[in-house]
Design a protein around this ligand. Sequence first.
Ligand code: BDR
Ligand code: CA
Length: 310
Amino acid sequence: MACKIIIDTDPGQDDAVALLLALASPDELEVLGITSVAGNVPLELTTRNALMLAELAGRTDVPVYAGCERPTVRPLITAEYVHGVSGIDGANLPDPTTVPADGHAVDFLIETVMGNEVTTLCTLGPLTNIAVALEREPAIASRVDELVLMGGGFFEGGNTTPAAEFNIYVDPEAAAIVFTSGIPLVMMPLDVTHKALTSRANVEAFRALGNAAGHSVAGMLEFMERFDMERYGIDGGPLHDPCVIAYLLEPELFSGRDCYVAIETESELTMGMTVVDWWRLTDNEPNCLVMNQIDNDGFFRLLTERIGLL
Ligand code: BDR
Ligand code: CA
């Protein structure tokens, strides 16, 4: 039976690839809904991008709910310097012909989790929507089967400050609520995603698929990888968010270990840092399966195969 998932996202080129991967995999993943959140770009754009991507995948049957406009405590920080003004520059998609579903993403999250036996949450952006849902209805914590998130970094450090990764840095208070909620967590930090690097060959393989999705993916990856190639001096860009969906489809592509993870919300210097007890230096019980390895060839094989189905 397909795993029932909700994808919470701030597209973002890498979010876009993650959405396409999930929507191309109906045998394994039943996408109950997509919830947008402010992050890479403001909410209006992340919602619009989600609609355009569902349409690109031919999956306008999947509802898109607009979520929180700003982080729980702090002002919003966006990342147009990475993703472009639209958030998905390079995709070259037409305007959406669909509109968001009625209602707020947080209400949808609560109702759906409470109404289903098993729901998996996939988070690709700041954790604002999930934290607000947990505060409003704490009972959802014991009903979520698993929450797989892209966020954080430990040996790899941060990508927004020296200590913090973007998704956690934007709303550290929300991340702290999620990491202390008791929901079984799986974390895809920069330690994994900086190994999920694009190459000339795999960008060209997407383009050679010959379908609209393959063209869009190639265009988006070429746009996004420029930033990281320049900053990190690497020969490709990291594909962060698709790691979350790839894990649900083929968990054996990843490895890591159960750790206790705490979120820094006090110190300005290390705000949003994910403090991972990788070496079990404390007696704190692990609250998260933290990944640090990926089979890069297998990951791109899976992505290319599935995007080719759209
Ligand atoms: C994360 O931040 C965003 O820029 C990406 O979409 C990804 O979710 C990487 O730090
Ligand atoms: Ca994202």
